[in-house]
Design a protein. Sequence first.
Length: 246
Amino acid sequence: MTLFWVVFLNFLISLISLVGIFTITAKIASQGKLTCIFISFSAGVLLAAAFLNMLSEAIQVGGESVLIYALLGMVLGFMMERTVLWYHHHHDDTHNIQTSANLVLFGDSIHNFIDGVAIAATTVVSPIAGITTAIGIAAHEIPQEFADFMILKNAGYKNKKALIYNFISATFAILGGLVGFYFINQISGLLPLSLAITAGIFIYISAADLIPELHEDSHKNSKAEQLVPFFAGILLIFLISKFATG
């Protein structure tokens, strides 16, 4: 019965990745000003999730020494992006955004896997504890999955493809739940390191790809259209981290 709750709760968490269905259509998302707003919001969400959620939890469990793994995550993001760009032998802006989308999927898959392990670890204690953990994770995941969806959209993915890819990434929570249920004692020490690496990847995506893109388009959009969504994304994650998860 415990295994059922682990899989069921992680499946519900995975469904959050489909939040894009309720947000915006392809036609609206392609409009310049709204694209700028959502990129700004996504940049804020990823930065805040990295610093206020992932790194905070990683340091709490693994100590300040895990910060080196956040740096490793940033280096890994840079190496992955440069490798893809060199392999394709061109450096146009669209391809840069495409690579960022791939990094988002990669980083989010790791994060979702860790969430699945966390749900499994608490569900083993009691189903109620697992449900409480799932609610806290859901509160963080809704804005983050929305941000991920918009990054995929901005990279040129159609609605259906963006939703499918985001959902596949989200199902790593189920895999994490299964691994956590059977091997929690063996992998628990690796979780803070994985969180720190994921945080580093998200910081790199926001700082190296999304924010520079906003700078390039600054002549097309007002400061408010960039700054307000950016700080709104940060504030949303801050409030969720502070109140929703205790």
